[in-house]
Structures are given as structure tokens and as C-alpha cells.
Design a protein around this ligand. Structure first.
Ligand code: NAP
Length: 280
């Protein structure tokens, strides 16, 4: 039976550290303050907002929400971002994505000031990940994966890592972050031939495919560490990852559950970024 890598435990440790920094910021008269910008009131956005509110309270971070109507224009959203950029109290901005289809998301995201771009959404943050410029922030989900590995003392340097998924928010930046930590990284996608052969060869297997059952017994081997980034829902509405957990946990040496894995750490990382002091 594999060791369970508890995201909840990692998130609690990060939040405790954030809390100490946030308390110091408050005592110095410049409280940590997160501005969420939400367009419309999608159920998933409201659920995400609720989770962030809870985690902010636990971390001692103030939260304000700029809620725009579903039919907000490009200019409306741009102005909301500029308001947050200009407000000295606001130390970090989170624009909920995806935006309604009518809005040019790629352009709008890049109006966020890099030093307030907590989820590494801007091109400047992405450049920070690829060139190590230190500008902006790395995206929170890939950073959450790295933090889980670090928390449990899992060596990255010199290891063979296979990532399933090559999106700009997870797979690609994660590959870069792990290469920077001296891992040898293979990135797989839907055109990868013989996925199971590639994944079974990894020391650390990370799945961010977004499909239930992507990783099954035949994709893993003994001794592997498996990190499941996927968030999917089965027919009964129950949250699942990409990995067939019950099947795989009896083979590998360590595994993250879903829920209670990577997702738990992502919000904690977001708030940790606020207290890194890029905005004083
Ligand atoms: P995405 O943009 O849809 O990308 C999925 C990637 O996986 C693509 O590169 C795709 O390949 C690849 N892929 C899909 N099915 C595959 C298969 N059967 N075999 C090999 N490769 C496959 O998704 P995303 O935004 O990166 O998110 C991925 C998952 O992570 C989703 O479940 C999402 O909900 C979850 N997520 C979790 C968190 C968290 O905090 N835990 C945060 C963000 C996302 P192609 O490029 O060839 O299409």
C-alpha cells in the first residue's frame, strides 16, 4: 500500500507559514490583501471563491471581490484590473478564468501588474518560469506539485519525471520547473505513442490530462511516486482524479489522493505568493 501524500497536510503547513507573514504585515500596517475579479456568477467560480475565502481567513489575508456582470465589456474588465493594480492596499490579483467567450482573455490577463500576478497568468510571469528572471510568479498548480514533492522529501534532482499533459497552465510550466530542479522530464499528450510504456518508466509520474482513468495499473510500476493533478467528476458527481486510485495505490510507493491532493495545495500557494513581499 502506497504512502498517501496528503495535500491537506502540505496546505496546512504552507498556510501556517503564510499566517505568520500576514500577521507581521498587518502589524506593520500593510495587511496582505487579495483582490478577486469575477465576471458573471458561474457555479464553479462561486465555489472557487468560497474556497479562497475560507483559506484567506485561515491565512490572515484580507479578501475583496470585484464582481462584474456576465455581459461586462473588455473595457469593464480592463478597468477592474487597473483599479486593483493602482490600489496600494491590494497585494495580489486573481482574475477568474476562463472569462466569457466574448472577452479577449489573453489580452486582458496581461493587464495584471506582474508583481500582483499571483497565479502566474501573464506572459511576464511565464517568462519568469522559462528564463528564471524572477518576474511575476510561477503558476500555482505546478508550484503546488513541486511543494508536495519537497514537503515529503522526494528527491527531484536526477529523477526521470513523466508528465501527462502539455497545457500552458500545468504541463509545460511544470516541466520547466522540474528541469530547473535537475529532473529529466518527458512530457506526454494525446499524440504520444504507447503512453503506458513512457509512464511506467518514470520515477515520478504526474498526470494532468483532465480525464478519469488516464492512469491505470498498466501505466505504473512498483516504487513510483504518482501525483494526480486531474479534477474530474464521475456519473454520480463525485470528484475524481486522472488516476484509478484504488487500482494504482496497491502498486506504487506514494500517491496523492483526489480530493485532498494537489487541489488543496494550489490555493495555499496562491496566498503564500501574496506574502512574498513583491508589493510592499
Ligand atoms: P487541458 O488544457 O485540457 O490539457 C490537458 C492535457 O492533457 C493536454 O495537453 C492533452 O493533450 C493531455 N491529455 C488529455 N488526455 C490525454 C490522454 N488520454 N493521454 C495523454 N495526454 C492526454 O487541461 P489543464 O488545464 O492542463 O488541466 C488538466 C487537469 O488538471 C484538469 O483535470 C484540470 O481540472 C486539473 N487542474 C487541477 C488543478 C488543481 O489545482 N489541482 C489546477 C488546474 C487544473 P493534447 O495537448 O494533445 O490535447
Amino acid at each position: 500500500m502506497a504512502q498517501i501524500l496528503s495535500g491537506k497536510e502540505v496546505a496546512a503547513a504552507i498556510t501556517e507559514n503564510t499566517r505568520q507573514k500576514a500577521d507581521a504585515m498587518r502589524a506593520a500596517g500593510r495587511p496582505a490583501h487579495l483582490r478577486v475579479i469575477r465576471v458573471g456568477d458561474k457555479k464553479s467560480d462561486l465555489a472557487y471563491e468560497k474556497g479562497i475565502r475560507k483559506r484567506s481567513e485561515a491565512a490572515g489575508v484580507d479578501l475583496s471581490v470585484d464582481a462584474l456582470p456576465e455581459d461586462a465589456t473588455f473595457e469593464d474588465v480592463k478597468r477592474a484590473i487597473e483599479r486593483a493594480n493602482a490600489d496600494w492596499r491590494v497585494k495580489g490579483v486573481l482574475l477568474f478564468l476562463p472569462l466569457p467567450k466574448a472577452l479577449d482573455e489573453k489580452k486582458l490577463v496581461n493587464f495584471i501588474a506582474p508583481e500582483k500576478d499571483l497565479d502566474g497568468a501573464t506572459d511576464i510571469s511565464m517568462l519568469g518560469v522559462y528564463k528564471g528572471t524572477g518576474a511575476g510568479f510561477p503558476p500555482c498548480t505546478p508550484e503546488a506539485v513541486v511543494r508536495i514533492l519537497d514537503y515529503y522529501g522526494i528527491e527531484i534532482s536526477g529523477k526521470d519525471v513523466v508528465i501527462v499533459g502539455r497545457s500552458l497552465v500545468v504541463g509545460k510550466p511544470l516541466a520547466q520547473m522540474l528541469i530547473a530542479r535537475n529532473a529529466t522530464v518527458t512530457t506526454c499528450h494525446t499524440k504520444t505513442v504507447d503512453l503506458a510504456k513512457k509512464t511506467a518508466g518514470a520515477d515520478i509520474l504526474i498526470s494532468a490530462a483532465g480525464h478519469r482513468g488516464t492512469i491505470r495499473a498498466e501505466h505504473v510500476r512498483e516504487g513510483q511516486v504518482v501525483i494526480d493533478v486531474g479534477i474530474n467528476f464521475d456519473d454520480t458527481g463525485k470528484m475524481t482524479g486522472d488516476v484509478e486510485y484504488e487500482e494504482v495505490k496497491n502498486i506504487v510507493s506514494a500517491i496523492t489522493p483526489v480530493p485532498g491532493g494537489v487541489g488543496s495545495v494550489t490555493n495555499a500557494v496562491l496566498l503564500a505568493h501574496i506574502c512574498e513581499g513583491k508589493v510592499r
